[in-house]
Design a protein around this ligand. Structure first.
Ligand SMILES: [Zn+2]
Length: 389
C-alpha cells in the first residue's frame, strides 16, 4: 500500500507553537536487522506532526505475544477521538510528545480471535469493546482501586504506546468486555468516550431530580449530558458557542436544553429557571480557562463542579465563589470501573449514543478521515473508521 501523506495547516495554536524536534525515528532503521523481532501489519501511523500514513508498520513481536491472561482481537470499529486529532495537528498533548512514528486510535470494538491459556470469561468469536489504559496490576494506585491514575498506566495512542488503527491487537482479558447482541460494534466503540461522561456523573453523586449544566457540546460534553440524565437529572442545560452542536444536543433528549454562549447567558438562564437557586451540578467540558473561571456562578449552594475538560496550562477559578456555596469540586482523569456499566446502559436503552455517530469511513480512507476530523465540521460529533473483516 502506497503512502498517502496528509498535510495541512494546524488550527490556531491554542496551546502554543510546537518548536520541538519531531522528526520520526523509524523503529526499523539503522544497520542492525531487527526483522526477526518484528511483525508487520497495515496501520494508520502518525509519522510526526501533520504527517499521517496508512502503511505497513513493524510491531514488536513482544507486543503481539499472547500472554496466558490475554486475548487477541480482530478490530472492527475505531472512533476518532479529539486526542488522536490533537496529536495529528500539534504533535503532542501536554507532556506526551510524539517523537517516533505512532499508531493512532483508542476507541475500539472487535471480535476475539484467540485466547490465552488462563482466560475464562471470553472465547473465540465473542464481540467485545476494550478499555485502552492498562495499569500496573501491583501498583499502589491500582490496589487502591484508582488504576486510572496509576503513573505507570499504558494507554493506547499515547506516546510511546501504539494505538489500534490496525487489523489486530493483544489486550488483557481484564480490560476486555463482552458485548450483548443488542449492542452494535459502532455503539461499542462509543463506550470509551461514554465512560468519561459516566465517570464524571458518578463523581458528581447525582441525585434524582438534580439540575445539571454541561459547558461544552463536543463529544465528551454530549456523552456527559446523556450520563447525567441516566444518573437521574431532571434537566441538563448544555452550553456551547456553536448553534449546530446545541441542535444536536437538544435532539438527543427533550430534557436537554441548549444555551448558546454569546447569545444567552447560562448563569442568568439557569437562575431564572430555578427561582434564583442555581444548578446542583456543573460539568466543565470545554477545557477553556474562560469557562473554568466562571464555573461557580450558576451553581446552587452545596452544589458540585466536575472538571472534565483537558487543561494543558494552569487555570484559575474563583475560590471565594466556591466557598460561599460550600461547593464541592471533583476532577476526573479518564475513568475507572465503568465500562461494564456503559455496555449495560447501551444494551438496555438507558443511553442511546447512535445519534452521536455522524460519519463512518473505511480503513483505507483513514488519512482522509483524519483530515476531515481535523477541520472540525460543526455538524459532526463522532467519526468512526471500520476495518475490513
Ligand atoms: Zn477518546
Amino acid at each position: 500500500m502506497g503512502r498517502a501523506v496528509a498535510s495541512m495547516v494546524p488550527p490556531d495554536g491554542a496551546h502554543g507553537a510546537i518548536d520541538l524536534d519531531l522528526q520520526p525515528h523509524r523503529a526499523c532503521s539503522g544497520s542492525v536487522d531487527h526483522s526477526e523481532r518484528l511483525n508487520h501489519m497495515e496501520a494508520l501511523v502518525l509519522e510526526k506532526k501533520l504527517d499521517l500514513s496508512l502503511r505497513d508498520f513493524p510491531i514488536e513481536r513482544q507486543e503481539e505475544k499472547l500472554g496466558p491472561r490475554d486475548v487477541r482481537i480482530k478490530l472492527h470499529t475505531v472512533g476518532i477521538c479529539g486526542s488522536d486529532v490533537h496529536y495529528y495537528t500539534h504533535g503532542k498533548i501536554g507532556p506526551f510528545i510524539v517523537n517516533a512514528p505512532m499508531i493512532l486510535g483508542h476507541e475500539a470494538s472487535g471480535t476475539i480471535i484467540e485466547t490465552g491459556s488462563e482466560v475464562t470469561t471470553l472465547k473465540e468469536g465473542d464481540r467485545v469493546c476494550m478499555e485502552p489504559g492498562i495499569p500496573d496490576p501491583n501498583s499502589k494506585a491500582t490496589r487502591l482501586g484508582m488504576y486510572n491514575v496509576d503513573p505507570a498506566v499504558r494507554f493506547w495512542a499515547t506516546p510511546p504506546v501504539h494505538g489500534i488503527l490496525r487489523p489486530t491487537c493483544v489486550h488483557p482479558e481484564a480490560f476486555t468486555f463482552k458485548l450483548p447482541d443488542s449492542v452494535s460494534f459502532a455503539e461499542a466503540a462509543m463506550v470509551e468516550p461514554l465512560a468519561v461522561g459516566v465517570h464524571a456523573a458518578t463523581k458528581a453523586r447525582i441525585k434524582p431530580g438534580d439540575i445539571a449544566i454541561v459547558l461544552g457540546a463536543g463529544p465528551i460534553g454530549l456523552v456527559t449530558a446523556l450520563s447525567a440524565l441516566a444518573g437521574g437529572c431532571a434537566r441538563v442545560y448544555v452550553s456551547d458557542l456553536a448553534k449546530k452542536k446545541l441542535d444536536i444536543a437538544e435532539g438527543l433528549n427533550r430534557a436537554i436544553t441548549g444555551v448558546q454562549a454569546g447569545n444567552d447567558d447560562i448563569v442568568e438562564r439557569v437562575k431564572r429557571d430555578t427561582d434564583g437557586w442555581g444548578a446542583d451540578v456543573l460539568f466543565e467540558a470545554t477545557g477553556s480557562p474562560k469557562a473554568a473561571a466562571r464555573v461557580f456562578e450558576p451553581l446552587a449552594p452545596g452544589g458540585c463542579v466536575v472538571m472534565i475538560g483537558g487543561q494543558p496550562e494552569p487555570i484559575s477559578y474563583d475560590a471565594g465563589a466556591a466557598m460561599i456555596r460550600e461547593a464541592r469540586v471533583e476532577n476526573i482523569f479518564r475513568y475507572a470501573h465503568v465500562f461494564p456499566r456503559c455496555v449495560a446502559m447501551l444494551s438496555s436503552g438507558a443511553i442511546d449514543v447512535r445519534p452521536l455517530i455522524t460519519r463512518k469511513f473505511e480503513f483505507k480512507d483513514s488519512v482522509h478521515a483524519f483530515e476531515i476530523a481535523a477541520s472540525a465540521p460543526p455538524a459532526d460529533v463522532k467519526m468512526q473508521i471500520e476495518l475490513p473483516q
